[in-house]
Design a protein around this ligand. Structure first.
Ligand code: CP
Length: 317
């Protein structure tokens, strides 16, 4: 299997099943590092990681920063709102400027689909896509896969139902591509106006009835309505959406009794998910957050630190 060093992670389509398994197996080691009393290893000492977030983020930005710091890398968080981007600097000039500082990895979130691909074509270091427009969120799909594999013991042949605003969701797209590598049956359900036009190319089954879509589901993935990406009135009202497609104690009963409930966050409680489910025993929302840190540590290690010693029990700075 080819290594990851100096490669970029732009979408899931660039990964093989073996790549995904290697990332998840590596993340298992880093999960244990994060659970130790001393949560730091010297693996990326002397390496530089730049986090470049053009869109808001809580989980992804914080976990990439923490991942780099726990690996002992130098981590720079560029505050785009306080940068020369506000003075009209182009993405190309920003990237060329950062390139001159010789980073090892640039992590980028951008509102425009394809921005990370553009950056990767302009500079030499590894680029990791932390979410671009409606295109892809590959590290979210990897952390979701890690969470599912830990709970179910496997990723193979599961029934995964993704509920909500599929059309505007980079999370849904990346998850669909990853889960198809493991022969999962991926179902999407939501209002017709929020279902993808090109469902065939995603390889998913499309439903507009929640009960049918949840029947036999092992995993229920709930998505937020992406209000910031909606053009025009695609929904009659949030109240009607909640009544028809919201996941609560009544509707989650349509899935398998041991089905887990996932949400990438941020959650709109009372709209796509009720608190009784979000905070209930089937919810793995906080496990997803913990997985995000482990998976991002694994990615930084594989992309910037291959050849360095992997983490060992008891190793600390
Ligand atoms: N899931 C996710 O990408 O969350 P943030 O927008 O908070 O990073």
């Amino acid at each position: 299997m080819p290594g990851f060093a100096n490669r970029s992670l732009l979408d899931i389509e660039g990964l093989t099943r073996a790549d995904v398994e290697r990332i998840l197996d590596t993340a298992e080691a880093f999960l244990q590092v994060s659970r130790r009393p001393v949560r730091k290893v010297p693996t990326l000492r002397g390496k530089t990681i730049i986090n470049l977030f053009y869109e808001a983020s809580t989980r992804t930005r914080t976990s990439f920063e923490l991942a780099g710091k726990r690996l002992s890398a130098d981590v720079i968080n560029m505050n785009v709102s306080a940068s020369s981007v506000k003075k009209g600097e182009t993405l190309q000039d920003t990237c060329r400027t950062l390139q001159a500082m010789h980073p090892d990895v640039i992590v980028i979130r951008h509102g425009a689909s394809g921005a990370p691909n553009y950056v990767a074509s302009k500079i030499d270091c590894s680029v990791i896509n932390a979410g671009d427009g409606m295109h892809a969120h590959p590290t979210q799909a990897l952390l979701d896969a890690f969470t599912i594999r830990r709970d179910k013991g496997t990723l193979d042949n599961l029934v995964v139902t993704i509920v909500g605003d599929i059309a505007h969701s980079r999370v849904a797209r990346s998850n669909a591509h990853l889960l198809k590598l493991f022969d999962c049956e991926v179902r999407v359900v939501g209002p017709r106006t929020l279902l993808p036009a090109a469902a065939d190319s995603l390889g998913v089954r499309v439903f507009d009835d929640l009960k049918t879509a949840l029947d036999g589901a092992d995993v229920v993935m709930v998505l937020r309505i992406q209000s910031e990406r909606l053009e025009g009135a695609l929904l009659p009202s949030m109240r009607e959406y909640a009544r028809t497609f919201g996941i609560g104690p009544r509707t989650i009963a349509y899935a398998k009794p041991d089905a887990i409930v996932m949400h990438p966050g941020p959650m709109n409680r009372g709209v796509e998910i009720e608190s009784l489910v979000a905070d209930g025993e089937r919810s793995v929302v906080l496990e997803q957050v913990e997985a995000g840190l482990a998976v991002r540590m694994a990615l930084l290690y594989l992309f910037a630190g291959e050849g360095a010693e992997p983490p060992a029990v008891g190793e600390a700075d």
